[in-house]
Design a protein around this ligand. Structure first.
Ligand SMILES: C[S@@+](CC[C@H](N)C(=O)[O-])C[C@H]1O[C@@H](n2cnc3c(N)ncnc32)[C@H](O)[C@@H]1O
Ligand code: SF4
Length: 462
């Protein structure tokens, strides 16, 4: 069995160039590498969900819980995650529905059959809940779900209105990790992106929370925003260091969907976001900055300054772990199915009121599901380990992919070692593109084995 390299092209291999960091590929199309899956019909999704959650056993070693809070006070110009403008009444009604769904999902036999290793409250902006609601939410999770003793419970959000009271109540509720979107500390960049608060306010708040040393404080920084030059980005990195935060994500700005920024650029109200070539230079700067300050790299875009920051959810949810989704707009995967909840708040609320399914869409994951997850996790971590790739029809997947790895090595994107594939700086910048290409390469094998089989059947039938 062999991957036919003729079925792949430069969009998979990258071009041979003296500067692969900037020029190996044209641009990154999405934030995540997708996999192959088939939609389940509307009438089947609920019965399938019931059957995969009525089993009294733990299917995978790790499991996570994802709870979505689909509100933000203000929409940032670059963001595709925005769903609803927060108003007290909407948030309060939603919160009640969420508590009901938490109880329902907790009572499923599958839920109680094993422990959850990581819980993530994401959004939107979960910190737009009230302090009391945040404490209640943490307590509801801990009372209803079986959690491991070292379960990581992350609350995502912003520092705006994240008061001392909210921090105390979140800790009281059991949250033990906080992830704040900062994006950039620079006031001009922030204002043009419609971020709340100016530089000094955000700096001071992140520093004060980090100094408490009660739980890891992690921040997200974007690179490539309008007005965010290389110098501004370098100052963002210095600011991160100065705050004493325990970890940082550096995300390449990828504008898509209906994010308002492009319209503003078209109307000449703000300058364009950075080109891919400029973003590659920013990634290079960020990566060198972390190395210079001996900040430990946990993945291609995440760094930790202290052992307190483990980033469990991110590493588990991207691998073999099952993820149980709760709430409007939440997504997960369980029992070999991808599950996506209603994204419209009205539809979700009305489903909850009528006692109907909250699932909008369900996808049956393809035959390569486990291999795809391992590929995505490997590329995200920067190292693909032979031992962590499941076999494909009895063959070693690392060996099957080796011809592709070798082309990448010639294009300076990776270093092929006996049992490991190590991404270079250029490979790390293009990690999602490479993961997608590896998945497509494996899918050519699925297609060719399926074709061989059907030809075999024809021969038998004839
Ligand atoms: C779902 S958001 C929630 C964070 C929180 N609401 C906030 O604004 O601070 C999580 C992270 O996604 C990242 N993000 C949002 N829009 C992005 C884009 N267009 N490209 C890349 N990353 C993006 C940001 O870094 C953000 O902190
Ligand atoms: S970046 Fe955060 S606060 Fe801004 S619109 Fe997106 S989810 Fe909402």
């Amino acid at each position: 069995m062999k991957i036919d390299l003729n079925q792949l092209d430069d969009s998979h291999f990258g071009t041979s160039t003296p500067d692969p960091l900037r020029y190996a590929f044209v641009k990154k199309h999405s934030a995540h590498a997708g996999g192959m899956s088939m939609p389940v019909s509307q009438q089947d999704k609920e019965s399938i969900f019931q059957s995969i959650t009525s089993v009294n056993e733990q299917r995978t070693k790790s499991r996570c819980l994802y709870i979505h809070i689909p509100f933000c006070r203000v929409r940032c110009t670059f963001c595709n995650f925005f769903q609803n403008a927060a108003s007290r009444q909407l948030v309060d009604d939603y919160f009640q529905a969420l508590l009901t769904e938490i109880k329902q999902k907790a009572s499923l036999p599958w839920t109680q059959a094993g422990r959850f290793n990581a819980v993530y409250i994401g959004g939107g902006t979960p910190t737009d809940l009230s302090p009391v609601q945040i404490e209640q939410l943490g307590k509801a999770i801990r009372e209803n779900f079986p959690l491991t003793t070292d379960c990581e419970m992350t609350l995502e959000g912003r520092t705006n209105r994240f008061s001392d009271e909210m921090f105390e109540r979140a800790l009281e509720g059991g949250f033990n990790r906080f992830s704040f979107g900062v994006q950039s500390f620079d006031t001009k960049v922030r204002r043009s992106a419609k971020r709340l608060d100016d530089r000094e306010v955000v700096l001071e708040r992140v520093a004060a929370l980090s100094a408490r040393d009660e739980a890891p404080i992690v921040i997200d920084l974007l690179y490539g925003l309008p007005y965010q030059t290389l110098d501004v980005f370098e100052q963002d990195l210095i600011d991160f260091l100065d705050t004493g935060a325990h970890g940082v994500d550096l995300y390449q700005l990828v504008i898509g969907g209906d994010a308002p920024m492009l319209n503003m650029v078209e109307k000449g109200r703000i300058p364009s976001p950075a080109s891919t070539v400029d973003k590659a230079s920013m990634y290079e700067l960020g990566s060198a900055f972390m190395a210079k300050h001996h900040i430990k790299q946990l993945s291609v875009n995440h760094w930790a300054r202290s052992n307190r920051e483990r980033s469990q959810y991110n590493s588990l949810a991207k691998t073999y772990a099952e993820v149980l989704p709760i709430g409007c707009g939440a997504g997960g995967n369980i029992g070999g199915y991808g599950v996506m909840h209603h994204r419209s708040l009205d539809t979700y609320m009305s489903a909850m009121q009528k006692g109907e399914s909250t699932i909008a869409m369900m996808m049956k994951q393809g035959p390569l599901q486990e291999i795809e997850s391992a590929i995505k996790a490997g590329f995200d971590s920067g190292i693909i380990r032979r031992s962590q790739l499941p076999q494909f029809q009895g063959h070693d997947t690392f060996d099957l992919l080796k011809p592709v790895f070798e082309v990448w090595q010639r294009n300076q994107l990776v270093e092929v070692q006996e049992d490991y594939l190590v991404l270079t700086l250029a490979g790390s910048f293009w990690a999602v593109t490479l993961a997608q290409a590896a998945i497509q390469a494996m899918n050519t094998l699925v297609k060719s084995t399926a074709n061989n089989k059907s030809m075999g059947h024809h021969r038998l039938a004839g």
